[in-house]
Design a binder for this molecule. Sequence first.
Ligand code: EPS
Length: 405
Amino acid sequence: MAALTLETAGESHGPALTTLVRGMPAGLEIDLDLINGELKRRQGGYGRGGRQRIESDAVTFLAGVRRGRTTGAPVVMQIPNRDSRLDDLERTPPVYRPRPGHADLAGSVKWLTTDCRETLERASARETAARSAGGALARCLLREFGIEVFGFVRGMLDVQTGVAVDEANLPSLRAARDASEVYCPDPDASRAMIDRIRQAKVDKDTAGGWAEVHVFGCPIGLGSCVHFEEKLDGRLAGAVMSIQAFKAVEIGLGRACGARPGSQVHDPIAFDPAERSRPSLGFTRVTNHAGGLEGGMTNGMPVVVTGTMKPISTLLRGLPSVDLNSKQPEHSAYERSDVCALSAASVVMENVVAFEIARVFRTKFGGDSMPEVRAGYEAYLDLARRLPLEKPGEAPPMEAEQTER
Ligand code: EPS
């Protein structure tokens, strides 16, 4: 078994985007509708620009899938760019006036050029289509084990929804979110956000905000408390922070932890035998300030991650900058862009979070094929339910436990 990894490649106006996922077990059924559905959602959201009317994202599998199932070999997916014009100088002229907030300045110096075009094509959030495809593929695996991921827009500027998310109201929340043009399950907040985006457009300005992702059904113990690079909170923070334009990531209570004493932060532990058959093994909490993660591992509560997206750095009215050739003051260049891409970013976030959960899931349960993964998963939960084991490190005989039940 290879570790689950994700790589993407492709320029915004190149011929195609490519996704490479290694480490998927053989025999996983691919839900193409799920993957393409996520790509479609990522293209939408109120405030997107003209590019999305040109593109119609869908994946083609180039390797690793046969007759709708993974083979165990690396999976390669491709998403074509309809607006492919990288080599057309007239349509992609040089850009010498970097946009504050964009990768333009740092990237141009990095690649020793004064043409920001090189950077903007490489740094573009178009790449997130490829990353979302990888995450959606990972969701096909998670779903087999009852792990569900839900992302939405929590707020923008002065608008915040107080909507509560739990497993029981997931279907209705999903329906409400999917009926909202800004992917927020609260209709009043959605209307207010649309107003803010409209106003930003009138002002030739842009808007960001907050997206939130909840993961339900993770077994206790995914991640690590002994290998820093395997800590799930760290992996999630890295994955979310690496989405274009994200400036902050919080787990559970996040920043607010700093303003409370320990007694008002940590989630008291209880045990409910009626919940024993669930992946949380019967351990319950009334609060979930930890956002489902303690010591870098899942603790049986839903994983809750919030990401802050800054407003898009391409403003129609421009911002003070300099010409990289003359070093003289200039207004930053305008390139076709979005006024607000927060809704799309919430879809990306949902899928990158899913990928990180699938990654630690694969690490814990191993196996080369789906039956082996399933056996590993079930054996672990079975042992965990039998705790305390008779001798440390040893499982009690199956029969004894079965009669006890
Ligand atoms: C982006 C600018 C716009 C966005 C693009 C990200 O593209 P273009 O410059 O082609 O108009 O629409 O996002 C996508 C193309 C996408 O699929 O998400 C940028 O500057 O990052």
